[in-house]
Design a protein around this ligand. Structure first.
Ligand SMILES: [Zn+2]
Length: 195
């Protein structure tokens, strides 16, 4: 199975699949490469959203009866303003055009983005928003092999079963088991019972 497949299969996560392919550097060339600065801005957006979420849920736990919508705590308000500040670099407006396919009279709905940042980064930012809205931002992660993927479960750390097995091979439990196996194998071999 290819990475990010669960995002591609889910039509609701269009920006998320752009975000993943951009991070994994397999976006179409017109979107631009994820430069170090671009990636840093996207990861800063992720952590700003995480910070706000953590602050808000701590506040709600401490003061469940407060009207947070009308009267947000100063720290939460500050965190929200930080997110808005970052998002203002990624304006988006709807557009509609005639589908470019011959023999088809369809309309194609799209969106335009602002001029300030590379297009790939802009779409990636909206992928982060999409994940935050569907409460899945904590599921985007980077595998030990370098690939970014959207985990299906909270405890999934590797992008594929192959990578999961590779990680397992690095564990002490696996190495101990392997040593025991090799010891027994050589003992058996030296006994002359196997050639
Ligand atoms: Zn991997």
């Amino acid at each position: 199975m290819k990475t990010g497949d669960n995002a591609k299969r889910n039509p609701k996560l269009i920006f998320t699949s752009h975000l993943l392919s951009w991070l994994n550097q397999d976006s179409p060339p017109y979107r631009g490469k994820p430069t170090k600065a671009s990636r840093m801005r996207i990861l800063t957006l992720c952590s700003a959203i995480r910070d706000a979420t953590v602050l808000l849920s701590a506040a709600v736990e401490a003061e469940p009866d407060r009207n947070y919508w009308e009267d947000p705590p100063a720290a939460v308000q500050e965190a929200l303003e930080k997110i808005e500040g970052i998002l203002s670099d990624y304006p988006m407006w709807p557009s509609v055009e005639i589908s470019g396919k011959y023999g088809e009279g369809g309309l194609h709905f799209d969106h335009g983005t602002g001029p300030g940042r590379p297009q790939g980064e802009q779409t990636a930012a909206w992928g982060v928003v999409e994940l935050a809205e569907s409460r899945r931002l904590h599921l985007i992660r980077q595998c030990a092999c370098g690939k970014w993927f959207l985990a299906k479960r909270n405890d999934q750390k590797a992008c594929t079963p192959i990578c999961r097995h590779k990680a397992y091979e690095q564990t002490d439990a696996y190495k101990a088991m392997r040593r025991k196996y090799m010891r027994e194998y050589y003992a058996l071999k030296n006994s002359g019972k196997v050639r």
